[in-house]
Design a protein around this ligand. Structure first.
Ligand SMILES: Cc1cc2nc3c(=O)[nH]c(=O)nc-3n(C[C@H](O)[C@H](O)[C@H](O)COP(=O)(O)O)c2cc1C
Length: 403
């Protein structure tokens, strides 16, 4: 009897040990595969979710929220979802070439980092982290004039890729001095934001008393003045097309207008000397009730008729989104919030991970649609399904889109 019991116990123990070993092996394998397959998180949404958990509520809201009831901000993202791609097979493409040019400068990807403020709220010296990431990826970065590190410091850590300086039209022509400094530091263009003058209403800014935090943020380009002082002293509330013409007279660098949402303004941009425009509604942060940026892109591209380059920002979250914007005529896309979410995750490394996600995803989208190079991306990659309702803002869009 004792022997039988002994054997039974030994058997149970042996089976339990085996089971534990198998379970541990499986876990190790799963972990290894996870590490092998993916460094970092799986989607921009996951980076956003991580930022939501890690950052103080007021910071996360400041980064994420749009103006008013946030319909413009949401439309930026949903505009991409209404388009579908055409799958083409057996095109014998190993690795598509994703490089392109922006105003004659070479970039490795048609993705750039847009100008966003307060990167240090996401990660210490965030301006330098994103500059290094842009340099490593060989992509364009637009440096905001209200960055916390000076434009010269940023230029010093990224000598590898092109940088453009973003400015606002300013009282007493503060922008003149900034432009001179940008020229000296090797910046390749001046981006004038033309939709940043209105007093925006973002409910959470008021709820969270964000202005208190802003008083503590200094700005590298303005002798350490806090944002509210610098902004109120500098930025004009009324600006006109003549001011743009004045900027073109100050510098030989190309001028790019950021915040164009209508074909008429795109044509005026050409008339007043801009070399490129960014179709943008400021990520829905300035004004609610504007259409999604992608929705207005085709008409603007048509009006511009190839005379100047057209870029887009707002709602870009997938590589497929970039492909869609390029198919509809944009030369490149810029990201705002995804950059901040990447920074919040792991600083420079987090930004690189976000860029890698977009890069790999764009590569997949190019392979699937049979595009060997960026120049092959055109309207033909867009599926006829869904197209019928893409430009419509009608409430019954959903019903149409089920086609
Ligand atoms: C926190 C934050 C700060 C921003 N600061 C600026 C700025 O200083 N100048 C500017 O032209 N745009 C600014 N933007 C707008 C972005 O450049 C860009 O237009 C927008 O974020 C794109 O939309 P996305 O966030 O959906 O990618 C800011 C955006 C965010 C989220």
């Amino acid at each position: 009897m004792d022997i039988v019991l002994g054997i039974a116990v030994t058997l149970v123990v042996a089976i339990a040990v085996q089971l534990i070993l198998v379970w541990r092996k499986k876990r190790m394998f799963a972990k290894m595969m996870h590490r092998h397959l993916k460094k970092g998180l799986f989607s921009i949404e996951e980076y956003q979710e991580y930022a939501r958990k890690r950052l103080p509520r007021s910071t996360f809201d400041y980064f994420t929220d749009g103006a008013g009831n946030q319909s413009t901000q949401q439309d930026n993202e949903t505009a991409f979802k209404r388009y579908r791609l055409r799958q083409r097979v057996l095109k014998n493409i190993a690795a598509p070439d994703m490089s392109t040019t922006l105003l004659d400068s070479h970039v490795t990807l048609p993705i750039g980092l847009g100008p966003v403020l307060r990167k240090s709220w996401a990660w210490p010296k965030g301006d330098l982290c994103s500059a290094r990431a842009a340099g490593e990826y060989g992509i364009c970065e637009i440096v905001p004039c209200y960055s916390e590190q000076s434009l010269e410091e940023i230029a010093r850590v990224n000598t590898e890729s092109i940088k453009w300086l973003q400015i606002y039209l300013s009282k007493q022509a503060y922008h003149k001095e900034l432009i001179r400094r940008a020229e000296a530091a090797g910046y390749k263009a001046i981006v004038v934001t033309v939709d940043g003058h209105w007093k925006r209403i973002v409910y959470s800014d008021w709820r969270n008393m964000i202005f208190k935090h802003m008083l503590k943020t200094t700005h590298g380009n303005f002798n350490g003045d806090n944002f509210i002082k610098a902004y109120s002293q500098h930025v004009v509330e009324h600006a006109s097309w003549d001011d743009i013409q004045e900027v073109t007279k100050i510098t030989n660098l190309p001028i790019i207008l950021k915040g164009i949402m209508e074909p008429e303004d795109a044509l005026l941009a050409i008339k007043y000397g801009a070399k490129a425009i960014i179709v943008s509604n400021h990520g829905g942060r300035m004004m609610d009730s504007l259409p999604g940026a992608l929705d207005v892109l085709p008409n603007i591209v048509k009006a511009v008729n190839g005379e100047i380059e057209v870029y887009l920002d707002g709602g870009v979250r997938y590589g497929g989104d970039i492909l869609k914007a390029l198919a509809l005529g944009a030369k490149a896309c810029f990201i705002g919030r995804p950059l901040l979410y990447g920074l919040s995750y792991q600083g420079e490394e987090g930004v690189k991970q976000v860029l890698n996600l977009l890069k790999e995803d764009l590569e997949r989208a190019m392979l699937c649609t049979g595009c060997k190079s960026i120049s092959q991306i055109g309207p033909s990659v867009i599926s006829e399904y869904q197209l019928a309702c893409c430009h419509s803002n009608s409430a019954d869009r959903k019903t149409h889109c089920r086609k």
